[in-house]
Structures are given as C-alpha cells and as structure tokens.
Design a protein around this ligand. Sequence first.
Ligand code: DI6
Ligand code: FE
Length: 409
Amino acid sequence: MWDSLWINCNLCTMNDAENDDGLGIINNGAIASTAGKIVWIGEANKLPDASEKLAKEINDLNGSWITPGLIDCHTHIVHGGERINEFNMRLEGANYEEIARAGGGIRSTVKATRAASEQELFDKALKRAQSLQEEGVTVLEIKSGYGLNWENETKQLRVARKIGESLPLDVITTYLAAHTIPEEYQNDGDGYIDSIIEKLPELKKSGLADAIDGFCEGIAFSPKQIEKLFKAAGDLGFNLKLHAEQLSDLGGATLAAKYGAKSADHLEYVSEKSAKAMLKSGSVAVILPCAFYFLNETKKPPIDLFRKNAVPMAVATDMNPGSSPCCSLLLAMNMACTFFKMTPTETMRGVTLHAAQALGIEKTHGSMEIGKVTDLAIWGITHPAELSYHMGFNPLQELIKDGRQIIQR
Ligand code: DI6
Ligand code: FE
C-alpha cells in the first residue's frame, strides 16, 4: 500500500535514465511515495492495474508539473543587521573592496551578529528561510561566518540547526569562521587561522557543522592559509567548500580541487587550469549571479569553460546582507540565464542535481528516483524552463517534504 500517489502530472525528474533531455521529463506521469521515499515513478499508463486501490491518498494534479524540491546550496541567512548604508555608498561610486578595507563590509555584520541574541537571529533567519521555502526550496545550506569567534560562530550554527528543526526543511550547515580576519587579530591572519584549527575537533564533536568553508581573496585569506585549514578539516572528515576567485584569481579553485572540496563558489576569475582540476576532483562550480548583480560586477564566470570541461554547475542565492540580499532562488535562476547565458536546463540542474552534489547529498536528494526522498515542488507552469523565465512571479502550487504536503497556494 502506498501512502500517496500523484497522477495527471508532468514530471521533471532530473534523472537522465528517464529521458536524456537534461531534465528527465516524463509527460503524463505518476509518482508514488511511502514513508517519505519515492516508491514508484513513470508514465501513468504503466501504473500497475488497480493502482487507485494501491494508494491511501490520490492527488490529481490536473496537468501541473512536478520537479524535485529545490536546493539552495549557498546562503548566509543567519546574520544580524542590514547594510543599507553600504548600498548607498556603492550607489555613489564606492566599491565592495574599498568599503571592506575601510572597516565596513563583513566586519560591520560581525558587530551586529555578535550583538544579536540567538532568538533575534532566529526570528530574522526564519522569515528568510520561509520565503525561500515559498518558492519550492526543500533543502537549504546555511553558513556561519559573521561571528568570527567560537562563541558567536557556534551561536550562528545553533540558530541554523534550529531553523532545520522548526521548519519542514533540511538544513546543511557550514562553518565559515575563515570569512574575514576579525578586529582582534588585525594583521595576524595566520594567528586567526590557527585559532580556528584549534577548535575544529570540538566543532566536529558538537555536530554543529557539516562542512568547512573559507574566503580565499586579497581582502580575506591567502591560498596558503586556506590550505592549512583544509588539511586540518579534511583530516577530521568535514566536507570542504571554498569562496574562490570572486574578485581576483588566487588559484583558490585549484586548491579546493586538490583537497576534494564538494564545491568552489563564485569563480568569476577562475582559470582553465582550475576548471580542469575541478572536473578531476568532482567539485561543483557554484554560480552566484545575485552577488554579481548586486555588486554591479562586470567580470562573469566562464560558463563556457565549465561546459567545455564538463564541470557540474550549481546555482544559489548567496543570500547575505552585503553582496546579495536576495531571498529568491527563482530570481537567481533567472539571473544565471540573463547575465551568464546559462540555459534554463542548466539552471534547473543547478538547483537540483548539482546543488545536491555541492552539499554531498546527491544519493538521497536532487532528483526524483525510486528510493530518494519525496521532496516535490508542484508548479503551475507549461515547461520547467518557465522557472527561469519569470521575475517576481511565483508559480508554486504545492510543496511536498518527505512525502507530506507542507505548502498549498
Ligand atoms: N563573498 C560574498 O559574496 C559574501 N561572502 C563572501 O565571501 C559576502 C559577505 C558580506 O559582504 O557580508
Ligand atoms: Fe557567500
């Protein structure tokens, strides 16, 4: 007996075995779920006889489309304060690096995050998570990185975990203490990296973080410093990720690949050598078009290079108060197409299959296949490409998490 059966729908399975169009489309399909897992999927006319009697509940979708629940694989939604003053400064001509060097930027959010209580951080982050969820997101990565000391970094991670416990949403947490050098360490980046490394075993024990991330950039940490962090974190069994080549090419993506990182993110300035290394290591290129847009950048990530080298591309919001105050994964998909000329099929893969790979959960999430979790987004659309096409319009009709309906619109 199945718990639920969805019929009269078109499926965008993201499973190549179904259809090698890059989306795994099945027109007039059906999908069944038991105990939160997919137990049957295929063309409706191949359903076993008397399947109406096989399911406790049948949902007739009247021609709607089903995709896997979307995955936002790069966010900083837990943070204190906003950065509207910097927005104004940039409109008047200052750039992101200048503001950061003048003590604004990440450090100003660090002040606000340290000052905020756990409850305050939670209340704000919950709204952001809900707004992502309203657009079909069922898995969300959340980074720390605005505490920059043990007490406040773990405060952010506890809030992130609590978001996952409070909403029907899977939260993957990432420890980004190596986001920038805190004031207490001024010009001692090496000393700060050592202080992070010292706490990694305790972090591992706490279970608060699934991955370790860093910001490899002139205004943050050098490849040498990141390498030291990656060695220690990798030895402890953490997944690795890296903000790399956002503002310049320091070879961060090559380093990420060398340590088998799940992803390297941003990558506007990435080299061909790094792209090749990423293919070898299976690292995903996480494309963050909202940060590119909001900072008014002109250098675009080399999408053709990733295509040519068959590097999987994910797309994410990078939701954060400084470079991407964007809570819409659908808008990120749209911008990936308009700015970077990714195809709607590539962006769709970027928020499902490849986003799952960037988080190391591709065995259970990111496509609709027998045995994977029943995370389904149900849309009133004519084709999945429509999800990359609209701006400021949300065609979500229903969201199913672990087989249960959690949103109906
Ligand atoms: N790159 C980014 O775009 C965010 N972090 C990072 O390393 C921006 C963070 C911020 O400006 O608060
Ligand atoms: Fe980021």
